[in-house]
Design a protein around this ligand. Structure first.
Ligand code: PEP
Ligand code: MN
Length: 362
């Protein structure tokens, strides 16, 4: 019988915690971290990377096959099932042979349908849970596609891991969370367990708490957090790993709010939601009226050979709205986002009107 990951995730008290080093580095490191993690029963699954998909060729690229035994032994001796990343057919074969309980597909692999298919093909007929990290680019269908390829191969135990999305030089995150993607995934596949990986989203220790808390507030099922006996000395991802003690501290400070609405609270919440629904109706009615004026403007510009966009005007208009942010009680950032969306739609409508005329001429 394979390890019933999904059942455990559902049954355990949230969050289901996966922890362990970014990479297996030595037998001793694996023994020490497994014992440290097992001391507190919160950790349910031990992780370690054996083959590391590194961005630059000179980085530590994992210990390779020899590390599988260290991982499996460390898990068995400390009562923890184990998981590792696989990125091709050989990795899967080696991991299965070594007795790894759960596999995961990394972000640099889930981005490539050929590789995902290769992995799905070797796994045909194998009973093992597979966790699929989001692809490095924010493409929900690609993430879903990877899960579907495995499902079609007969993998029944699937779990999704949200690890954020690559972006050039982000000020805060190593990988931007784009929380709307995992939320959309959850909406489409309500039964699919969803784990957050704050280590790779944050890229630094100081962000782990905030990201983990956010994941809990968004009702994620679990967390995957990189832990190392001496994080500063880690051969990969040293800035984001924490010790087992630090992990326990983080977990014990998480505020776990209930996703279910209790009977006594339902009335207030329904009331407030009803008010919001009424206001949303008004917001969209107003937007519709605004777009009608954009269309009128489009007809006028078309008939008088005026370009759709006058940059100076747009700049002045956005400034005038931003300057009222205090009056509206809204942040400048939010006003900017809403105005950008409105402007894009307005340009789309006007472009359509201009092209109608061109089509008629032909
Ligand atoms: C990892 O978990 O160590 C890893 C390489 O993750 P990702 O695929 O999210 O980069
Ligand atoms: Mn890592």
């Amino acid at each position: 019988m394979s390890y019933p990951l999904t059942e455990h995730i559902r049954k355990e008290k949230r969050p289901f915690v996966i922890a362990g080093p970014c990479s297996a580095e030595s037998e001793e490191q694996m023994q020490v971290i497994a014992a440290d993690l097992a001391r507190d029963s919160k950790v349910k699954l031990l992780r370690a990377g054996i083959w590391k998909p590194r961005t630059r060729p000179d980085s530590f690229s994992g210990i390779g096959q020899a590390g599988l035994k260290w991982l499996v032994d460390a898990g068995r001796q400390n009562g923890l099932p184990v998981c590792t990343e696989v990125a091709n057919r050989e990795h899967v074969e080696d991991a299965l042979k070594a007795g790894v309980d759960v596999l995961w597909i990394g972000a640099r692999t889930s981005v490539n349908p050929f590789t995902v298919q290769e992995i799905a093909d070797v796994l045909r007929g194998v009973e093992i849970p597979v966790m699929v990290k989001n692809p490095i680019n924010p493409d929900l269908n690609l993430w879903i596609g990877a899960l579907e390829r495995l499902e079609k191969s007969g993998i029944k135990e699937l779990t999704a891991i949200h690890r954020g999305f690559s972006i050039y030089q982000h000020r805060k995150y190593r990988n931007v969370p784009n929380w709307e993607l995992p939320i959309a995934l959850k909406e489409r596949f309500q039964e699919l367990p969803l784990i957050c990986d704050p280590s790779h989203i944050g890229g630094k220790r100081s962000l782990l708490r905030e990201i983990s808390q956010k994941a809990m507030d968004l009702n994620f099922d679990g967390l995957m957090i990189e832990t190392h006996p001496s994080p500063e000395q880690a051969l990969s991802d040293a800035e984001q790993q924490i010790t087992a003690d630090e992990l326990n501290d983080l977990l014990s400070h998480l505020v776990l709010r209930s996703a279910e609405i209790r009977a006594g609270h339902a009335e207030t919440i329904d009331d407030l939601r009803e008010k919001i629904a009424i206001l949303d109706d008004r917001v969209f009615e107003l937007l519709s009226a605004r777009m009608d004026i954009s269309s009128e403007l489009g007809h006028f510009k078309r008939d008088h050979h005026i370009t759709i966009l006058q940059t100076e005007h747009w700049k002045n208009m956005i400034d005038s709205r931003l300057n009222k942010s205090a009056d509206y009680g809204l942040t400048r950032r939010f006003i900017r986002q809403v105005m950008d969306a409105i402007h894009q739609e307005s340009i789309r409508r006007q472009t359509k009107i201009m092209n109608e005329k061109e089509d008629q001429k032909r």
